[in-house]
Design a protein around this ligand. Structure first.
Ligand SMILES: Nc1ncnc2c1ncn2[C@@H]1O[C@H](COP(=O)(O)OP(=O)(O)OP(=O)(O)O)[C@@H](O)[C@H]1O
Length: 360
């Protein structure tokens, strides 16, 4: 017996519009109580994937299984209302003629008293129990969205599909509602597939991230792994600004202003990009034209001149021009550090935080 049950299994899903393929060979699975985030830039095919799983878009090919049973495949297609999935899309709509309680209880079966009790309990979780007998038009947009969340959760779907469900909420409210909604879904063992284009949201919510680009999943893994071991330069750049140092391989090594980097397995002459996130660039002072000593961890320091520096709330962002190449580098410092333009400083980059990619 497996320890966890796979609630959703998608294999080789392909979708197209007017002959243009927008989802290509997407394969993913979500277990009970697991949250997977489909993350990627606008237009990469996230919503189409979700809509195909919901059954409101008909794929060209592939299979979709819910609790092991095919709902799309060579044998045919199960209509959306019989798939056992909950849906929360951006453009949610409440029934205007039903009270908030009746909206939440809409998809429930059973006695009126029990349905109302379930609606009440869920509205409490989204802090809207005082609106039980109000009507949607009496609520703000954000409140209506929370009712829509409660309504989608109420029938305890086995799989919940969410498309940017928290985008309409203001920042202060968003974190609380997001955490509360996910806690509720996890408690009920629901498998959640959530679409977002915001890396921060995905990192915060996902057990697993599936990074999508041009209709394909380019990387899958726990947020920590996707962030710290990106599949390619674009995957690294999707999560934060990155610095890129260009080099060419010679004898499995690449020379850069920061010393030599290993480029194992890359043939001589291969052009490579060495990527490093701004928070992993170390800054040191200039000592009459000399910098700190090289270390195995930080490699060789390179001299650079400050172009500009800004304080952005919880950190300072300092932009440099490297003496050796004229290339731009950005460093972030978790404090107030605002050196004047023209100040010479020395930069070092953490070897274990660098990613070496063959140039695309
Ligand atoms: N009904 C449709 N008819 C034709 N093309 C469509 C249709 N729906 C989506 N597309 C196209 O398919 C591609 C993928 O769209 P999709 O909505 O899946 O992307 P997305 O990653 O969810 O983007 P966003 O984050 O902006 O919502 C886009 O190029 C879009 O223009």
């Amino acid at each position: 017996m497996p320890l966890t049950t796979l609630r959703l299994q998608v294999d080789d899903l392909c979708c197209s519009f007017d002959g243009r393929q927008v989802v290509s060979d997407v394969t993913l699975s979500v277990a009970e109580g697991q949250v997977m985030c489909l993350l990627g830039p606008s237009g990469c095919g996230k919503s189409t994937t979700l809509r195909a799983i919901a059954g409101v878009e008909i794929p060209d090919s592939g299979t979709i299984r819910i609790d092991g049973a095919p709902v799309f495949g060579p044998e045919g297609s199960v209509p959306p209302e019989h798939r056992g999935v909950g849906l929360i899309f951006q453009d949610f709509a409440l029934f205007p003629h039903l009270s908030v309680a009746d909206n939440v209880a809409f998809g429930l079966k059973g006695r009126k008293k029990d349905k109302r009790a379930r609606a009440h309990a869920l509205l409490e979780r989204v802090h809207l129990e005082r609106y039980l007998d109000s009507y949607p038009h009496e609520l703000s947009g954000g409140e209506q969205q929370r009712v829509a969340l409660a309504r989608a959760i109420a029938p305890k779907p086995r799989v919940m599909l969410m498309d940017e469900p928290f985008s309409g909420l203001d920042n202060r409210l968003r974190d609380g509602i997001r955490d509360e909604t996910l806690a509720l879904l996890k408690e009920e063992g629901t498998a959640v597939l959530l679409v977002t284009h915001e890396p921060e949201e995905a990192m915060r919510m996902a057990d697993e991230i599936a990074l999508m680009r041009d209709g394909r999943i380019v990387q899958r893994g726990a947020p920590y792994n996707v962030y710290n071991a990106p599949a390619d330069r674009a995957a690294a750049a999707f999560f934060s600004d990155i610095n890129v140092i260009e080099g060419e391989v010679n004898g499995a090594l690449t020379d850069t202003p920061f010393g030599q980097f290993l480029a194992p397995g890359q043939p001589d002459g291969t052009k490579v990009d060495i990527a490093i996130r701004p928070q992993h660039v170390r800054i040191d002072f200039d000592r009459d034209g000399r910098g700190p000593n090289p270390t195995p961890q930080d490699g060789t320091p390179a001299r650079a001149v400050v172009v500009r520096s800004r304080f952005i709330g919880n950190e300072s962002l300092v932009e440099f021009r490297l003496d050796a190449t004229g290339g731009k580098m950005i460093a972030t410092v978790p404090s107030v550090f605002l050196p004047k333009p023209g100040t010479p400083l020395w930069l070092m980059i953490r070897r274990d935080r660098c990613f070496v990619f063959p140039r695309a």
